[in-house]
Design a protein around this ligand. Structure first.
Ligand code: URA
Length: 332
C-alpha cells in the first residue's frame, strides 16, 4: 500500500513539474471525476475502495489538495510606470553586458572615419562611419561610443550658437530636456513659436499631444528625454534645410551618447531621415524598429501631423505599443 502511494505521489510530482514547465501556475483537481482504477490496477486497496464507493475525498486531499497553488516561478517583469520604473530599468541597464563594454576606440573593433563636420564636433557618434571588422565569434554590431562628456559640456560647446542661419531668427535656443537617465527618448524636427519663446522643446499644441502619447504607454513627460534635430526655429515653421540639420544634429547625437536611451522614437520625416540618414519617407518606415548604433529606433508620425489628420492617431498608438513592449522586454 505504502509503495503504491509512493509511486502515485512520484507520478503526481512528475506531472506537476511538467505542468510547471508548460507554464501552469495553479490548477483544480476535480475529485468527483477521479477514477482511482487508473492509478494502478494492481492496487487491491484502491480497487477495493473503488468497488465500495468512491475513494475517500478526505484521504485523497491529504495527497492531492483540490485547489492548490504551484510555487511561483519568477517570470514577472517589472512594469514601466513613473520615475521609479525608469530608475529600476536604469540599474538593470547598468548591469547589462552592453553598458560594461569598454569604449569603442579602446575595443578597436571597427575602423572609424570622421566625416566632414567641424573639428569641434568630432566626438559625435553618428558621424563616425563604421566599417565592421568581424569579431572572433562572427559580426560585431556597432554600438554607441562612450560619451566621455556631460550634457553641460555639450551646452557649453553650443554656446551662443551662430553656426547656421537659423540663429538670426531665434528668440531662444531650444535645448533637449528631460530625464538624463531615460530609457526612452523622443526626437522632433525643430522648435515652433511656443518653443522658441520659452526655450523648451514640445511645449505648444504638438507638445501637449506628445505628452498624451507618452502617457498612453504609462510614462510621464519627466521620465523621457526630448530633443529636436534643430535647436533654432526655422522661419515660418518650415522644415530645416539639410545643411541646417547637418550643422545642428551632431549635438543631439552627442546627447544620445550621454543619455544612452534604449529606444528612440523619431517623430516625422525630418527627425527620421536625419537620425537614420535615409531618404525613405516616414509612411514607409513607421511601425518597424530601425537601428541606431544598437539603439532601437521607432519612426512614427509627428504630433503636428496628427493635429492635422487625427485619423493617423491609430497608427501612432500601434507604434507606441511596440515601443512599450520593447522597453518591457529590454528591461527583463
Ligand atoms: N515640433 C517639433 O518638431 N519640435 C518641437 O519642439 C515643437 C514642435
Amino acid at each position: 500500500m505504502n509503495g503504491e502511494f509512493s509511486t502515485l505521489l512520484a507520478d503526481i510530482k512528475e506531472q506537476i513539474l511538467y505542468l510547471q514547465e508548460l507554464g501552469a501556475e495553479s490548477f483544480n483537481v476535480e475529485l468527483s471525476e477521479f477514477d482511482a482504477s487508473k492509478f494502478g490496477t494492481q492496487n487491491a486497496a484502491i480497487k477495493n475502495h473503488n468497488k465500495q464507493s468512491a475513494i475517500s475525498q478526505e484521504k485523497l486531499e491529504r495527497f492531492v489538495p483540490t485547489d492548490f497553488e504551484l510555487p511561483k516561478i519568477e517570470t514577472a517583469k517589472p512594469k514601466i510606470s513613473g520615475s521609479e520604473g525608469i530608475s529600476s530599468r536604469r540599474s538593470l541597464l547598468e548591469s547589462t553586458k552592453l553598458s560594461r563594454l569598454p569604449s569603442l576606440p579602446k575595443r578597436n573593433s571597427f575602423a572609424a572615419k570622421i566625416t566632414d563636420e567641424p573639428a569641434s564636433e568630432s566626438k559625435m557618434p553618428k558621424t563616425i562611419v563604421t566599417e565592421e571588422t568581424p569579431g572572433l565569434f562572427g559580426d560585431v554590431k556597432p554600438t554607441l561610443p562612450e560619451a566621455g562628456e556631460t550634457i553641460e559640456d555639450i551646452r557649453l560647446d553650443i554656446g551662443n550658437c551662430t553656426r547656421c542661419p537659423l540663429h538670426e531668427g531665434r528668440t531662444k535656443i531650444v535645448h533637449s530636456t528631460g530625464n538624463l537617465r531615460a530609457d526612452l527618448m523622443f526626437v522632433g524636427e525643430a522648435p515652433g513659436a511656443d518653443e522658441d519663446a520659452q526655450g523648451v522643446p514640445f511645449v505648444g499644441r504638438s507638445g501637449q499631444l506628445l505628452n498624451k502619447i507618452i502617457e498612453s504607454i504609462g510614462l510621464k513627460r519627466e521620465d523621457v528625454f526630448v530633443g529636436n534635430i534643430n535647436r533654432c526655429r526655422p522661419p515660418g515653421n518650415r522644415a530645416p534645410t539639410l545643411p541646417e540639420a547637418k550643422t545642428c544634429k551632431p549635438f543631439l547625437l552627442r546627447e544620445i551618447a550621454v543619455v544612452r536611451p534604449k529606444v528612440i522614437v523619431v517623430l516625422g520625416n525630418t527627425a527620421c531621415q536625419n537620425l537614420l540618414e535615409t531618404k525613405v519617407g516616414i509612411s514607409k518606415l513607421r511601425g518597424e524598429f530601425q537601428d541606431y548604433f544598437g539603439v532601437k529606433v521607432m519612426p512614427t508620425f509627428h504630433p503636428a501631423y496628427l493635429l492635422r489628420d487625427p485619423s493617423k492617431k491609430r497608427e501612432v498608438w500601434e507604434d507606441m505599443k511596440k515601443v512599450r513592449d520593447e522597453l518591457n522586454k529590454l528591461q527583463g
